[in-house]
Design a protein around this ligand. Structure first.
Ligand SMILES: O=P(O)(O)O[C@H]1O[C@H](CO)[C@@H](O)[C@H]1O
Ligand SMILES: Nc1nc2[nH]cnc2c(=O)[nH]1
Length: 319
């Protein structure tokens, strides 16, 4: 597929040229490159030429959870490598496809593979597909991830609905919204206190109850990775109120809140975060993938049923 990758470069003030702009005079200008509105428009237009149908729901697949995209019917699969300016997923358990089609009868767009800051992308670059999917027409987002269980009551295999998050990189000045704010995306100071939609959470609990499944509901801590946590860090995150920890999601949900998505966040607890210095257990990515794949069917069924809620517009305060 041929495309001109240079048409939307508004400014390329940093060493390498690309579709991003630097974040102005902010000290993070070099590290916080982000995609311009025009670039997102160009990508959306490119995709619309291939897939004219408007997606209603956007889905992001976490580690080992990309199988959901295989259940989409009447599919159009666009490899990230064929989309202008798109990064690539480099992590085991993440494919690199944007998948369109219908899932339980609803038009969806699904990221089969996401981007993480530890791959070398800025948080803004990691999260920018959220804006593309919004520009394509999606207004609901389901974001899934694999996570370590900080909460001592949690077991491996538990599914946690994310009620809130701690965006730890943002504490250190690494927020995907740093830099020039283009109001066409959203406001300069977006509220994020309700970034995870309460009604979506309630609906998902009702769905789970039908399967006698008890879902957890908790606070997700987003860290930069790629190291798993030290014991001291695990203890700190617990003190801060964290229930689960991972290396994704928070920057995506920040951009989703900024542009007005209603978001359902689901973390699959793939490992326990142990704080016993005498234990020899360590988290490993192979276990993360194994547990994700083991629990994928359950998660997919819940999301499949959740689509009914969206299709039937079975919600109050729809905005
Ligand atoms: O958050 P997702 O992409 O599901 O992946 C999680 O699993 C990986 C670590 O095993 C990290 O990338 C962490 O963020
Ligand atoms: N940071 C972090 N990410 C994870 N992803 C899956 N498990 C974990 C974990 O224990 N810690």
């Amino acid at each position: 597929m041929s495309h001109n990758t240079n048409t939307s470069i508004k400014s390329a003030p940093i060493a390498e040229s690309g579709p991003w702009a630097a974040a102005g005079e902010h000290p993070n200008a070099v590290t916080n490159r982000f995609y311009t509105y025009e670039c997102v428009q160009e990508i959306a237009a490119f995709i619309q030429r291939l897939v004219p149908a408007k997606p209603e729901l956007a889905i992001i697949c976490g580690s080992g959870l990309g199988g959901l995209a295989d259940l989409i019917v009447d599919k159009t699969v666009i490899p990230y490598s064929e989309i202008p300016h798109f990064p690539r997923s480099t992590v085991v358990g993440h494919r690199s496809n944007l998948v369109f089609g219908t899932f339980n009868g609803l038009n969806v767009v699904c990221m089969q593979g996401r981007f993480h800051p530890y791959e070398g992308y800025t948080t803004a670059m990691c999260a920018f597909p959220v804006r593309v999917m919004h520009m394509l027409g999606a207004r609901s987002l389901v974001v899934t991830c694999a996570a370590g269980g900080l909460n001592k009551d949690y077991s491996v295999g538990d599914i946690m609905l994310i009620k809130d998050h701690l965006n730890l990189p943002s504490f250190a000045g690494n927020n995907p919204l740093i830099g020039h704010n283009d109001e066409r995306f959203g406001p300069r100071f977006p509220p994020v206190g309700h970034a995870y939609d309460r009604q979506y959470i309630m609906k998902m609990k009702e769905i789970a109850a039908k399967y006698n499944l008890q879902l957890r509901e908790g606070v997700y801590c987003g860290l930069g990775g790629p190291c798993y946590e030290t014991i001291a860090e695990i203890n700190m995150l617990r003190l801060l109120g964290g229930d689960a920890v991972g290396m994704s999601t928070v920057h995506e949900v920040t951009l989703a809140a900024h542009c007005g998505f209603r978001t359902l966040g689901i973390a699959l607890i793939t490992n326990k975060c142990l704080s016993d210095y005498n234990s020899t257990y360590e988290a490993v990515h192979e276990d993360v993938i194994r547990i994700s794949e083991l629990k994928a069917d359950e998660l997919q069924q819940l999301i499949f049923d959740f689509v009914n809620v969206l299709k039937n517009n079975d919600l109050e305060n729809q905005h």
